[in-house]
Structure formats: C-alpha cells, structure tokens
Write a protein that binds this ligand. Structure first.
Ligand SMILES: [Zn+2]
Length: 104
C-alpha cells in the first residue's frame, strides 16, 4: 500500500473495507467473525476476496513456500490489497500526532 495515502484515500479505503466486511461477516477460510481492523480485502481484475489477517498471512506463507517470494511479490503487485491493520494503524498514528502536547 502506498505510503502517501491522502485523508480522502484513507477514508475511501476504510469504507470499502467496512462494506466488504459487513457483506461477508465471516472469514471464508476459517469461519471466524471478521474484524475490519484485522481484515484484508484483495481486488484483482477478475475477482475480489476478503480474509482475516491470520488466514491472509497463512496464505502468503503457503504461496511463498510453493512459488517463491518473488512470484508472490509479482502477484501482489497485480492486486489491490487493502489491509485493515495498516489502515487503522495509520488512523491511530494520525490522531496521536494531531493531539496537542500534554493532552491525554
Ligand atoms: Zn480466517
């Protein structure tokens, strides 16, 4: 994900992820309830997918073992990956940065 997301891009990505999580409710791989702060949305030219962070990491690991890290990197560059962990960490860091000194 780009390091230079504008506030508008960040907002749109968060809303897209929230919508996808609300539509899926459960991780299609493990069946756990999806949490938007730990969900991963992938969008390619043909299909979209959603998963919880642990299933996503597990998938990436299996792909790296099978196809090699370079091929996985190539595949990921062809996809739009929205990682809730990163989006909400950015939002938290921004809100912390915006607080005046001495604020709780
Ligand atoms: Zn899962």
């Amino acid at each position: 994900m780009s390091e230079t997301l504008s506030d508008l891009e960040l907002h749109i990505r968060k809303q897209l992820l929230r919508y996808a999580v609300s539509q899926a409710i459960f991780c299609p791989t493990c069946g756990g309830i999806l949490d938007v702060r730990r969900a991963i949305l992938t969008e390619g030219s043909a299909r979209t997918g959603i998963a919880c962070a642990s299933c996503w990491e597990s998938l990436l690991e299996r792909m790296r073992e099978r196809f090699g890290a370079d091929r996985v990197t190539d595949v990921l560059t062809e996809l739009s990956v929205t990682d809730g962990r990163e989006l909400y960490r950015r939002a938290r860091n921004r809100s912390l940065a915006e607080k005046p000194e001495g604020a709780c």
